[in-house]
Design a protein. Structure first.
Length: 363
């Protein structure tokens, strides 16, 4: 499998990794088969977290005989020094290793949390102490918000970022990925098969590569059967200037599809490049959530997210279904401008809501 350099860590990492979230649902025997299948097909980057059930324990057992050949990245969800040292020691024990390749600050989705985590009494200080003690080699950070990750890597404290990126979630490509390259920060990608369809991240494939949303428009974009769709979606992510894509898998078949896609990847075809180009290049919402809350109870971010699916990616029927499921729609907008005043991207949010209202109007 093709390898890429993981930023200033200097680690050469195969382009497809292993997300450990879903193996918590398996027995140890089943989980080991899935993990070893991925390993045998060239996967060497294994990502997990304390919060992913018993994923760490299962990875520790399965990788015991080949630990030195792998990059293991786990996470701490703690925010303070007092809490986080125990996280590191417990992760080491569960993973049956004497060191972590990467410890990541988990789910830092707003600037206030980032400030707390990186402050004098924050979790970052523990991670740095663990690094000095030889318990971890590198420090990363994970977030669903590229804007927060930009603030994080500008501090110079983080060696890697883990961020969502897929065919309909491309915000990371605008500023974060170029800045990470400039600062020599490694970029790992989570949720290569997921879209945010409400207030929650919802998998297009449930739980991982298994098709959840059987929308005809998604089939036209990605392929007729679930494995073809998974390969297409993963190929799009691999074509970007990132280091490693980390799909979550929970079966031998899923591990095989993901790893084989990485083994076969040599760039997108001209047909794929044309299919993945956004249909609209104009104003679009970055889905940062800064516009909320709305005085009228409109989930402004969701409205504009669904309009992006319709207008930018041509997923109009699916987007209309999602929009019509909202309790408060864009027609409740009074034009007060509160959302627009909070937008860090200076987008004409009120006009965008009006546009969405007209586009989604029932015939």
């Amino acid at each position: 499998m093709q390898k890429r350099r993981l930023g200033r860590t200097g680690l050469q990492v195969p382009i497809v990794g292993f997300g450990g979230t879903w193996i918590a649902q398996l027995s140890q025997e089943e989980a080991s088969k899935v993990i070893r299948t991925a390993f045998d097909l060239g996967v060497r980057y294994f990502d997990t977290a304390k919060l992913d059930g018993d994923s760490e324990e299962k990875l520790g057992v399965a990788l015991k005989g080949c630990r030195d050949e792998c990059v293991i990245a786990t996470k701490t969800g703690s925010r303070t020094k007092r809490e986080s040292l125990q996280d590191v020691r417990e992760s080491l024990a569960r993973l049956q290793t004497d060191h972590l390749d990467i410890i990541q600050l988990h789910g830092i989705d707003d600037e206030a949390t980032l400030a707390k985590a990186t402050g004098e009494e924050g979790v970052l200080q523990t991670c740095k102490e663990a690094r000095r003690a030889g318990l971890v080699n590198f420090i990363g950070i994970t977030s669903h918000k590229p804007r927060v990750l930009i603030k994080a890597i500008e501090t110079g404290e983080f060696d890697t970022v883990l961020v969502p990126l897929n065919v309909v979630t491309r915000q990371a490509l605008e500023q974060l990925v170029p800045l990470a390259k400039e600062l020599d920060v490694g970029v790992a990608v989570m949720k290569p098969f997921s879209a945010k369809t409400s207030k929650l991240i919802t998998c297009l494939y449930q739980p991982s590569l298994s098709l959840l949303s059987d929308e005809p428009e998604l089939h036209r974009m990605l392929g007729e059967d679930k494995n073809t769709m998974a390969r297409s979606a993963l190929r799009y992510v691999l074509s970007q200037d990132i280091t490693v894509a980390i799909p979550g898998v929970q079966s031998v078949e899923e591990a095989r599809v993901a790893a084989e896609t990485g083994n076969e990847f040599a760039g997108l075809t001209e047909e794929e490049e044309a299919r993945f180009i956004p249909r609209s290049q104009g104003e679009w919402c970055r889905d940062c959530g800064s516009c909320l809350p709305c005085p009228e109870g409109i989930d402004v971010a969701a409205v504009l997210r669904f309009h992006t699916l319709a207008e930018r990616y041509g997923l109009r029927t699916w987007a209309s279904k999602l929009y019509n499921g909202l309790e408060a729609k864009a027609d409740k907008c009074t034009g007060c401008g509160a959302c627009e005043n909070r937008c860090p991207y200076d987008q004409p949010v009120t006009a965008m809501l009006k546009h969405a209202r007209e586009d989604f109007k029932q015939p």
